[in-house]
Design a protein around this ligand. Structure first.
Ligand code: MG
Ligand code: MG
Length: 257
């Protein structure tokens, strides 16, 4: 496996792509409200992409029909937005979104609540987000992808949660998904060694119950087998000798979930 390293000029474009991606993601998350459809959120994402001169990275990727993946409650990942899917009080929604700027991809995801959410939902969201930051702490040159996965899995398991096994984090660059794979589980020290200049996405997708998931008839939308909630957070980061640089600054641009 050869993992492409990005040079400083490329990293500068990727940084700009990630900044725009995060600003649009946050605008879409801010539009989440009771009575809004996931289709409307998708339209907003597309409109903002046009306004910022970026291309929505997911649209037509392997045939995916929309700009965002909008996964509500027990939906896990890759859910197709729809004008018929109306958000209601107490829902949680993971909005996964990517852009392409000058041929370079940016990809991140946040889960947000709709109206008043349950303590159970809030805990799942906060702990899944915390697991992402624990993974990022291990994402330094000289460590391995297994160190990241181990940090994520060991943190969420203590709450009886399960990282989903079908989807993994990934390298990113000219392609949306590049080597290496970055699983949300694993043994410390195993996997691919991280090196300065790698750009990867870490994206724990965590079920409140079991890890098993089902795929819907639309061949995209997945949901938890046991009907429990699922949450998803993702950052795109640059591997360095010291701490990683978080390239998608959605968390700095907002006060809270
Ligand atoms: Mg991703
Ligand atoms: Mg993503």
């Amino acid at each position: 496996m050869s993992v492409p390293l990005k040079n400083p000029a490329e990293i500068e474009i990727i940084r700009r792509a990630c900044r725009i991606q995060s600003e649009i993601l946050n605008a879409v998350c801010s539009a989440v409200a009771i009575g809004v459809s996931t289709g409307e959120l998708d339209e907003l994402a597309e409109k903002l992409c046009r306004a910022r001169n970026v291309r929505p990275a997911f649209k037509n990727y392997h045939g995916f029909p929309a700009a965002i993946c909008a996964s509500v409650n027990d939906e896990v990942v890759h859910s197709i937005p729809s004008a018929k899917k109306i958000l209601k009080n107490g829902d949680i929604i993971a909005i996964d979104f990517g852009v392409v700027l000058d041929g370079w991809n940016a990809d991140s995801c946040r889960t947000v609540g709709v109206g008043e959410i349950s303590a159970e939902a809030k805990n799942l969201m906060e702990r899944t987000k915390e697991s992402l930051y624990r993974g990022i702490e291990k994402a330094v040159a000289g460590n391995s992808t297994g160190d990241i996965g181990h940090a994520i899995e060991s943190f969420v398991k203590q709450f009886g949660y399960s990282p989903v096994r079908e989807t993994v984090g990934h390298g990113i660059g000219r392609k949306l998904h590049e080597d290496p794979e970055v699983p949300n589980w694993g043994k410390a020290g195993s996997g691919v060694k991280l090196a300065e200049g790698m750009v990867i996405c870490i994206e724990p997708i965590v079920n409140a119950g079991g890890a098993e998931i089902l795929t819907e008839k639309d061949k995209w939308t997945t949901r938890t087998m046991d009907g429990n909630l699922s949450a998803h957070f993702e950052h795109q980061i640059l591997i360095r000798e010291g701490a990683a640089e978080i390239l998608t600054p959605w968390d700095e641009l907002v006060d809270s979930l």
